[in-house]
Ligand binder design. Structure first.
Ligand SMILES: *Cc1c(COP(=O)(O)O)cnc(C)c1O
Length: 266
Protein backbone atom coordinates (compact mmCIF):
# COMPACT_ATOMS: atom_id res chain seq x y z
CA UNK A 1 0.00 0.00 0.00
CA UNK A 2 1.37 3.43 -0.82
CA UNK A 3 1.21 6.27 1.68
CA UNK A 4 -1.54 8.73 0.75
CA UNK A 5 -0.29 12.16 -0.28
CA UNK A 6 -0.49 14.56 2.66
CA UNK A 7 -2.55 17.72 2.13
CA UNK A 8 0.30 19.98 3.23
CA UNK A 9 -0.31 23.61 2.19
CA UNK A 10 2.37 25.99 0.93
CA UNK A 11 3.37 28.85 3.20
CA UNK A 12 3.89 31.39 0.47
CA UNK A 13 1.34 33.57 2.26
CA UNK A 14 4.02 34.23 4.91
CA UNK A 15 6.42 35.52 2.26
CA UNK A 16 7.89 38.87 3.33
CA UNK A 17 6.47 38.55 6.84
CA UNK A 18 8.98 36.25 8.55
CA UNK A 19 10.39 37.75 11.78
CA UNK A 20 14.00 38.91 11.67
CA UNK A 21 16.74 36.99 13.45
CA UNK A 22 18.56 39.78 15.25
CA UNK A 23 20.29 37.74 17.94
CA UNK A 24 21.86 34.32 18.34
CA UNK A 25 18.83 33.28 20.37
CA UNK A 26 16.45 34.31 17.53
CA UNK A 27 18.50 32.44 14.99
CA UNK A 28 18.72 29.32 17.12
CA UNK A 29 14.97 29.38 17.66
CA UNK A 30 14.23 29.78 13.95
CA UNK A 31 16.65 26.96 13.08
CA UNK A 32 15.02 24.73 15.69
CA UNK A 33 11.57 25.55 14.31
CA UNK A 34 12.62 24.73 10.77
CA UNK A 35 14.31 21.49 11.89
CA UNK A 36 11.13 20.53 13.74
CA UNK A 37 9.08 21.14 10.59
CA UNK A 38 11.57 19.07 8.60
CA UNK A 39 11.23 16.23 11.10
CA UNK A 40 7.44 16.44 11.03
CA UNK A 41 7.37 16.35 7.22
CA UNK A 42 9.67 13.31 7.29
CA UNK A 43 7.41 11.55 9.78
CA UNK A 44 4.37 12.07 7.58
CA UNK A 45 5.97 10.01 4.81
CA UNK A 46 8.11 7.63 6.84
CA UNK A 47 11.48 9.22 6.05
CA UNK A 48 14.48 9.61 8.34
CA UNK A 49 15.16 13.32 9.04
CA UNK A 50 18.90 12.53 8.82
CA UNK A 51 18.39 12.17 5.05
CA UNK A 52 17.51 15.86 4.74
CA UNK A 53 20.16 18.57 4.82
CA UNK A 54 19.06 22.09 5.71
CA UNK A 55 20.95 24.70 3.70
CA UNK A 56 20.44 28.13 5.29
CA UNK A 57 20.28 30.82 2.59
CA UNK A 58 21.91 34.07 3.72
CA UNK A 59 21.37 36.14 0.57
CA UNK A 60 20.70 39.86 1.20
CA UNK A 61 21.62 39.38 4.85
CA UNK A 62 24.48 41.54 6.15
CA UNK A 63 27.78 39.98 7.18
CA UNK A 64 26.79 40.42 10.84
CA UNK A 65 24.01 37.86 10.27
CA UNK A 66 26.50 35.51 8.64
CA UNK A 67 28.59 35.80 11.80
CA UNK A 68 25.54 35.02 13.94
CA UNK A 69 24.85 31.97 11.78
CA UNK A 70 28.40 30.74 12.22
CA UNK A 71 28.16 31.34 15.98
CA UNK A 72 25.12 29.05 16.22
CA UNK A 73 26.80 26.31 14.23
CA UNK A 74 26.00 26.88 10.54
CA UNK A 75 28.97 25.82 8.36
CA UNK A 76 27.53 25.90 4.83
CA UNK A 77 25.51 28.90 3.65
CA UNK A 78 23.64 29.43 0.39
CA UNK A 79 23.93 32.59 -1.70
CA UNK A 80 22.16 33.37 -4.95
CA UNK A 81 24.51 36.01 -6.40
CA UNK A 82 28.20 35.36 -6.95
CA UNK A 83 29.44 38.88 -6.26
CA UNK A 84 27.55 39.07 -2.98
CA UNK A 85 28.78 35.62 -1.93
CA UNK A 86 32.37 36.48 -2.79
CA UNK A 87 32.18 39.65 -0.69
CA UNK A 88 30.89 37.70 2.31
CA UNK A 89 33.52 35.02 1.83
CA UNK A 90 36.26 37.66 1.81
CA UNK A 91 34.91 39.32 4.93
CA UNK A 92 34.58 36.10 6.94
CA UNK A 93 38.01 34.58 6.47
CA UNK A 94 38.40 34.56 10.25
CA UNK A 95 35.43 32.17 10.70
CA UNK A 96 36.72 28.62 10.87
CA UNK A 97 35.17 26.06 8.57
CA UNK A 98 32.58 28.31 6.93
CA UNK A 99 31.78 27.17 3.37
CA UNK A 100 29.59 28.58 0.62
CA UNK A 101 27.01 27.11 -1.74
CA UNK A 102 26.13 29.16 -4.83
CA UNK A 103 22.49 28.42 -5.64
CA UNK A 104 21.76 30.98 -8.37
CA UNK A 105 22.28 31.20 -12.12
CA UNK A 106 25.89 31.74 -13.17
CA UNK A 107 27.26 33.61 -16.15
CA UNK A 108 30.34 32.09 -17.76
CA UNK A 109 32.45 35.15 -16.98
CA UNK A 110 31.83 34.66 -13.24
CA UNK A 111 32.85 31.00 -13.23
CA UNK A 112 36.35 31.87 -12.13
CA UNK A 113 35.00 33.52 -8.98
CA UNK A 114 32.92 30.49 -8.05
CA UNK A 115 35.90 28.23 -8.69
CA UNK A 116 37.88 30.30 -6.21
CA UNK A 117 35.65 30.26 -3.15
CA UNK A 118 32.58 28.01 -3.46
CA UNK A 119 32.24 24.46 -2.10
CA UNK A 120 29.03 23.73 -3.93
CA UNK A 121 27.21 25.04 -7.00
CA UNK A 122 23.56 24.12 -7.34
CA UNK A 123 22.53 25.85 -10.56
CA UNK A 124 24.49 24.15 -13.33
CA UNK A 125 22.46 24.40 -16.52
CA UNK A 126 24.85 24.77 -19.46
CA UNK A 127 27.93 23.06 -20.85
CA UNK A 128 29.59 26.43 -21.34
CA UNK A 129 29.42 27.06 -17.60
CA UNK A 130 30.52 23.48 -16.86
CA UNK A 131 33.53 23.94 -19.10
CA UNK A 132 34.45 27.35 -17.67
CA UNK A 133 34.12 26.07 -14.10
CA UNK A 134 36.14 22.94 -14.82
CA UNK A 135 38.96 24.90 -16.46
CA UNK A 136 39.24 27.32 -13.54
CA UNK A 137 38.93 24.57 -10.93
CA UNK A 138 41.75 22.63 -12.58
CA UNK A 139 43.91 25.77 -12.39
CA UNK A 140 43.06 26.21 -8.72
CA UNK A 141 43.57 22.52 -7.99
CA UNK A 142 40.07 22.30 -6.54
CA UNK A 143 36.90 20.38 -7.18
CA UNK A 144 33.29 21.44 -6.75
CA UNK A 145 30.08 19.63 -5.82
CA UNK A 146 27.44 20.48 -8.42
CA UNK A 147 23.72 20.03 -8.90
CA UNK A 148 22.08 20.20 -12.30
CA UNK A 149 19.23 22.72 -12.26
CA UNK A 150 16.03 21.57 -13.92
CA UNK A 151 13.11 23.79 -14.87
CA UNK A 152 10.18 21.78 -13.52
CA UNK A 153 7.57 24.53 -13.68
CA UNK A 154 7.73 25.10 -17.42
CA UNK A 155 7.91 28.87 -16.87
CA UNK A 156 9.98 30.49 -19.60
CA UNK A 157 11.49 32.89 -17.07
CA UNK A 158 12.99 30.17 -14.89
CA UNK A 159 16.55 29.02 -15.33
CA UNK A 160 17.42 25.37 -15.63
CA UNK A 161 17.32 22.69 -18.29
CA UNK A 162 14.06 21.37 -19.64
CA UNK A 163 13.55 17.84 -18.24
CA UNK A 164 14.06 16.24 -21.67
CA UNK A 165 17.44 17.97 -22.06
CA UNK A 166 18.86 16.48 -18.88
CA UNK A 167 19.88 12.98 -20.10
CA UNK A 168 22.19 14.28 -22.88
CA UNK A 169 23.52 16.96 -20.54
CA UNK A 170 24.48 14.36 -17.94
CA UNK A 171 26.22 12.25 -20.57
CA UNK A 172 28.51 15.19 -21.35
CA UNK A 173 29.49 15.92 -17.74
CA UNK A 174 32.08 13.18 -17.10
CA UNK A 175 34.42 15.18 -19.36
CA UNK A 176 34.68 17.78 -16.58
CA UNK A 177 36.72 15.97 -13.96
CA UNK A 178 36.70 18.77 -11.38
CA UNK A 179 32.90 18.75 -11.17
CA UNK A 180 31.45 16.20 -8.75
CA UNK A 181 27.84 15.76 -9.77
CA UNK A 182 25.66 15.18 -6.71
CA UNK A 183 22.13 15.42 -8.00
CA UNK A 184 19.38 17.66 -9.33
CA UNK A 185 18.02 21.00 -8.15
CA UNK A 186 14.80 22.85 -8.89
CA UNK A 187 12.71 25.86 -7.96
CA UNK A 188 9.03 24.98 -7.93
CA UNK A 189 6.24 27.19 -9.15
CA UNK A 190 5.78 30.05 -6.69
CA UNK A 191 2.11 29.34 -6.14
CA UNK A 192 -0.28 28.93 -3.24
CA UNK A 193 -1.81 25.96 -5.07
CA UNK A 194 -0.04 23.16 -3.25
CA UNK A 195 -0.90 20.52 -5.86
CA UNK A 196 0.82 22.47 -8.62
CA UNK A 197 3.88 23.04 -6.45
CA UNK A 198 3.98 19.36 -5.50
CA UNK A 199 3.89 18.37 -9.17
CA UNK A 200 7.21 20.18 -9.74
CA UNK A 201 8.84 18.18 -6.96
CA UNK A 202 7.37 14.89 -8.17
CA UNK A 203 8.68 15.63 -11.66
CA UNK A 204 12.22 16.15 -10.35
CA UNK A 205 12.15 12.97 -8.26
CA UNK A 206 10.79 10.85 -11.09
CA UNK A 207 13.36 12.29 -13.47
CA UNK A 208 16.14 11.46 -11.00
CA UNK A 209 14.79 7.92 -10.50
CA UNK A 210 14.71 7.29 -14.26
CA UNK A 211 18.16 8.78 -14.91
CA UNK A 212 19.80 7.03 -12.00
CA UNK A 213 19.30 3.67 -13.65
CA UNK A 214 21.86 4.38 -16.36
CA UNK A 215 23.77 7.39 -15.13
CA UNK A 216 27.28 7.72 -16.61
CA UNK A 217 30.13 6.50 -14.39
CA UNK A 218 31.07 9.05 -11.76
CA UNK A 219 27.73 10.86 -11.98
CA UNK A 220 25.96 10.61 -8.63
CA UNK A 221 22.27 11.45 -8.73
CA UNK A 222 21.37 10.80 -5.10
CA UNK A 223 20.65 14.37 -4.08
CA UNK A 224 17.45 16.31 -4.75
CA UNK A 225 17.72 19.98 -3.81
CA UNK A 226 14.18 21.28 -3.70
CA UNK A 227 12.04 23.34 -1.36
CA UNK A 228 12.40 26.76 0.23
CA UNK A 229 10.68 28.64 3.07
CA UNK A 230 7.26 28.52 1.44
CA UNK A 231 7.26 24.91 0.26
CA UNK A 232 10.03 22.82 1.84
CA UNK A 233 7.66 20.51 3.70
CA UNK A 234 5.98 19.47 0.45
CA UNK A 235 9.41 19.01 -1.13
CA UNK A 236 10.48 16.71 1.71
CA UNK A 237 7.31 14.67 1.36
CA UNK A 238 8.34 14.18 -2.28
CA UNK A 239 11.93 13.18 -1.56
CA UNK A 240 14.05 16.33 -1.10
CA UNK A 241 17.48 15.61 0.41
CA UNK A 242 18.49 19.30 0.51
CA UNK A 243 16.14 22.18 1.36
CA UNK A 244 17.29 25.76 0.78
CA UNK A 245 15.71 27.98 3.42
CA UNK A 246 16.31 31.71 3.77
CA UNK A 247 13.47 33.80 5.16
CA UNK A 248 12.16 31.28 7.69
CA UNK A 249 15.61 31.31 9.29
CA UNK A 250 16.97 34.82 8.83
CA UNK A 251 13.76 36.79 8.40
CA UNK A 252 11.97 38.51 5.53
CA UNK A 253 14.20 40.05 2.89
CA UNK A 254 14.18 43.77 2.20
CA UNK A 255 14.62 43.24 -1.55
CA UNK A 256 11.74 41.95 -3.66
CA UNK A 257 12.17 38.50 -5.17
CA UNK A 258 12.18 39.74 -8.76
CA UNK A 259 15.67 40.95 -7.89
CA UNK A 260 16.56 37.24 -7.87
CA UNK A 261 14.09 35.59 -10.17
CA UNK A 262 13.04 37.64 -13.18
CA UNK A 263 9.32 36.79 -13.06
CA UNK A 264 8.74 36.22 -9.37
CA UNK A 265 6.79 39.45 -8.91
CA UNK A 266 6.58 41.18 -5.54
C1 LIG B 1 16.46 32.76 -2.09
C2 LIG B 1 16.48 31.36 -2.57
C3 LIG B 1 16.00 30.32 -1.75
C4 LIG B 1 15.42 30.55 -0.38
O1 LIG B 1 14.20 31.25 -0.44
P1 LIG B 1 13.45 31.63 0.92
O2 LIG B 1 12.12 32.03 0.49
O3 LIG B 1 14.23 32.73 1.53
O4 LIG B 1 13.48 30.42 1.77
C5 LIG B 1 16.07 29.03 -2.25
N1 LIG B 1 16.59 28.78 -3.47
C6 LIG B 1 17.07 29.74 -4.26
C7 LIG B 1 17.63 29.38 -5.58
C8 LIG B 1 17.05 31.06 -3.84
O5 LIG B 1 17.51 32.03 -4.64
Amino acid sequence: MTTPTPATPTRHDRHGRYPQALTEADLRRHLDEVQARIAAACRRVGRDPAEVRLLPVSKTQPVERVRLAHAVGCRLLGENKVQEALGKWERTQDLAGLRWSVIGHLQTNKAKLVARFASEFQALDSLRVAEALDRRLQLEGRSLDVFVQVNTSGEASKYGLAPDEVPAFLRALPAFAALRVRGLMTLALLSSEAQRVRRCFVLLRELRDRLRQDAPAGIDLEALSMGMSGDFEIAIEEGATVVRVGQAIFGARALPDNHYWPAAGG
